[in-house]
Ligand binder design. Structure first.
Ligand code: DQA
Length: 159
């Protein structure tokens, strides 16, 4: 049967990009692992990669604030990129909130947690993520933005 594609244009999409604890210190925090770019640099890369989509880019050190923003994304966003930072490995609350979403969710990490300490090998967030991009430094965000927007655009395609 013929497929009818009615993909959405990027400029009609809203992408939420949420960042967890200590990512406000990017550039000065363990630069050998996380690089020299600041979070403002990462935001600029995301906006450049977003192809005209509206980008809502935020960071918090507080789990509850991230829960509130994920809940907001449930009704306001077409896709979500999230780097939960240390909450990746600890937060059932973030997992439960992400499970309420029906939009694509891309988990994003600068480093490759699977190649680091054992406690970083488990991600609660991955249980609710559409996919994971990790290990490419700030470029992980660029790839995550492209993946999230691609998924969101295709969400408009019908059989
Ligand atoms: C991180 C990896 C996490 O294990 C760590 O706690 C972070 C950053 C990353 O982007 O590589 O804070 O999410």
């Amino acid at each position: 049967m013929a497929r009818l594609f009615c993909e959405r244009m990027p400029e009609t999409l809203t992408l939420y990009i949420l960042n967890g604890p200590n990512l406000n210190l990017l550039g000065v925090r363990e630069p050998d692992i996380y690089g020299h770019e600041t979070l403002a640099d990462v935001q600029a890369m995301c906006e450049a990669a977003a192809d005209g989509a509206r980008v809502v880019f935020r960071q918090s050190n507080h789990e509850g604030q991230l829960v509130d923003w994920i809940q907001e994304a449930r009704t306001e966003a077409d896709a979500l990129v999230i780097n939960p930072a240390a909450f990746t490995h600890t937060s059932v609350a973030l997992l439960d909130t992400l499970k309420t979403l029906s939009i694509p969710v891309v988990e994003c990490h600068l480093s490759n947690p699977a190649a680091r300490e054992a406690f970083r090998h488990h991600s609660y967030v991955s249980l609710a993520a559409t996919g994971v991009i990790a290990g490419f430094g700030p470029r992980s965000y660029e790839l995550a933005v492209r993946a999230a927007l691609d998924l969101a655009r295709r969400a408009g395609a019908q059989d």
